[in-house]
Design a protein around this ligand. Sequence first.
Ligand code: NDP
Length: 333
Amino acid sequence: SREIRLAARPVGEPRPSDFTLAEVAVGEPQAGEVLVRNDWMSVDPYMRGRMNDVKSYTPPFKLGAALDGAAVGTVIASESADVPVGATVLHGAGWREHAVLPAGHVRIVDTSIAPAQAYLGALGMVGLTAYAGLVRIAPVEKGDVVFVSGAAGAVGILAGRIARHLGASRVIGSAGGPDKARRLVEEFGYDAAIDYRAGDLAEQLAAAAPDGIDVYFDNVGGDHLQAALGALNTNGRVALCGAISVYNAAGPVPGPNNLGLAIGKRLSLRGFIVTDHQDLATEYAQLAAGWLADGSLKYSETVVDGIDNAVDAFLGLLRGANTGKMLVRLNAS
Ligand code: NDP
């Protein structure tokens, strides 16, 4: 069985040499434990932050040890009456092909609603992030114009769909490149799309939102936040979800130069971490199951095969190689 370890703390953009693929023995479950064969693992932008040796809301990865993160797999041996062999489970021991875990650390998921890997995306933290951001952090009101950055990513595609369900009158998304911009409108239900690489962001946003925006769901930070501050209407709301444009920065980066607009416009800007909003999980799971069933919460995935390609999947995610959720399919025996 194989696992990926952090070999060196990346400086700036991570390099393949910052990681190693190690061969390890498959463990045996003891009383109360299960052995899981991981079928899918998630790569997520927040993992970049955990590669730095800094205090944050999640502890840093340890040098020389396996990385971790969300995964779904199949129980292949069990010493727990609660979690039988054959169950599909969600847990936190990704970046490895097999994991021995206490039964209490895995959650059995219902694959009759959606395929197992959806619990790493639309039916998991990714979906809850989009939902919490738009119902609690920057609540969407009926008739609002909503702008989402990183709109062709995992959270962004769902945020666009959810904004519509919450009554937005117009949903605008930004993404890198003409192909993603086209897909935002043709496939992912956005009313208008901005290719942020194609020209001035503020001008493009003004053209897409002639009456301004009421809610901004920020996945990107930096230039996108600055453009949104310019476009926001009085009493506008901003959900500060991520700032991927600065995750690889080796030092402090300048903030938006127009934050003063927040005063006269009476804006609310609020950061959040999805794990603090678990109380919305049941409500969201019920809504999402219904929306998946009626086809109104279509999502998208980019799949990379094999643990030996997991590092490439992660590096690709930071550069925009994905549309929708970036996933690694493990195919371990
Ligand atoms: P995505 O699927 O959106 O993947 C990351 C995307 O970021 C890439 O596809 C790329 O798309 C885009 N990107 C990379 N560099 C830049 C740049 N310089 N400027 C603009 N876009 C860039 O990832 P997720 O959906 O998983 O996460 C989206 C955001 O949400 C991240 O910032 C993440 O940290 C945050 N997040 C926050 C959570 C919370 O609790 N607050 C929970 C989960 C996610 P493109 O080709 O368009 O550039």
